[in-house]
Design a protein around this ligand. Structure first.
Ligand code: GRG
Length: 309
């Protein structure tokens, strides 16, 4: 029997499968106006950690006991759903970068979509990625053979977690509260919806594809909620310490306090402790679920806590 891949090789192998699948996931250029197609492709293929697709695949795999040969079929069937969540994530980044929102010039080390294609086309590329994500989920049934009732539940979840009750709601709360956030509760609401919700979706979708029970789905949800918050706080820490490293000096407090973030409210040390605490809680929620093979999800949680990019 071959020995299991190291975690790094595992991540690399899954990321490359996602990358490969994404390449052919969009409508072909001859079916759509060429500039629209190019603009969608530009942002979707611009790199990124592909975290959410990896979570879909790892959660699907977690539903099979180690060594179960049918795990591979489940992972393969989950790929269109893994692509779908990356399309939604990419649309949210394109729209978030627009002048009406964050007005950013660079994303993933490249000029933002609207800097290359103009605002109108960037809005449309985001809209088209959002819509195409649902097409991609439907493909999991048509081509991947996932039972229709599981795909229906995934569609329901996707509209819930990505929509007004989920990520879009979180973004709205962020914009509305821009000047007036004074406590952790408000910040937590924003992060749960902006960040955790797509992570929760990814884990539940993987679980659903692998046939998770209601109790297992609930555990995956709790895992994702805590993991998402830990991920966001780690992101805030890296934003701050990254700026310090770039500038080669510690920032003055007035330089750090441009935006209300976790470090702004509770300081860096408390943030680091919070990331550990939330990661521990995430792993605890998952342990209780009795998934057949949760090992890679545990490793992913530890990896995210220690990441430095
Ligand atoms: C415009 C509807 C709408 C929503 C925007 C995603 C988002 C909501 C805003 C982007 C800003 C931000 C910090 C969001 C929190 C989620 C987050 C940390 C996104 C970045 O995700 P990564 O680190 O990005 O996985 P890559 O580039 O690696 O895919």
């Amino acid at each position: 029997m071959s020995s299991p891949l190291s975690f790094t090789d595992y991540m690399r192998a899954f990321a490359s499968r996602v990358e490969h699948q994404l390449q052919s996931a969009l409508p072909r250029a001859w079916d759509v106006p060429a500039v629209l197609s190019e603009s969608m492709q530009y942002s979707l293929m611009a790199g990124g950690k592909r975290l959410r697709p990896l979570l879909v695949l790892a959660a699907a795999e977690a539903m099979h006991a180690p060594g179960d040969p049918s795990a591979e079929r489940t992972i393969e069937a989950a790929l269109p759903v893994a692509c779908a969540i990356e399309m939604i994530h990419t649309y949210s980044l394109i729209h978030d970068d627009l002048p009406a929102m964050d007005n950013d010039d660079f994303r993933r080390g490249k000029p933002t979509n609207h800097r290359i294609y103009g605002e109108a086309m960037a809005i449309l590329a985001g809209d088209a990625l959002l819509t195409h994500a649902f097409f991609s989920v439907a493909q999991a049934c048509r081509e991947g053979g996932i039972p229709a009732e599981r795909v229906l539940a995934i569609v329901e979840d996707l509209s819930y977690y990505a929509g007004a009750r989920g990520m879009v709601g979180g973004q709205a709360a962020d914009i509305l509260g821009e000047q007036g956030i004074t406590d952790i509760g408000q910040l937590e609401y924003i992060h749960i919806h902006k960040t955790s919700d797509l992570i929760v979706f990814s884990l539940k979708a993987g679980g659903r594809i692998g046939g998770a029970s209601d109790a297992q789905l609930e555990a995956l949800e709790q895992f994702g909620l805590h993991l998402g918050l830990a991920f966001q706080i780690q992101d805030d820490i890296l934003d701050l310490t990254g700026d310090e490293q770039k500038l080669g000096k510690p920032l003055r407090s007035d330089e750090k306090l441009q935006k209300v973030t976790y470090p702004y409210l509770i300081g860096l040390d408390a943030c680091r402790a919070k990331v550990e605490e939330l990661t521990g809680k995430a792993k605890q929620s998952l342990s209780a679920a009795g998934l057949p093979n949760p090992e890679r999800l545990f490793q992913l949680a530890d990896y995210l806590m220690r990441r430095d990019y």
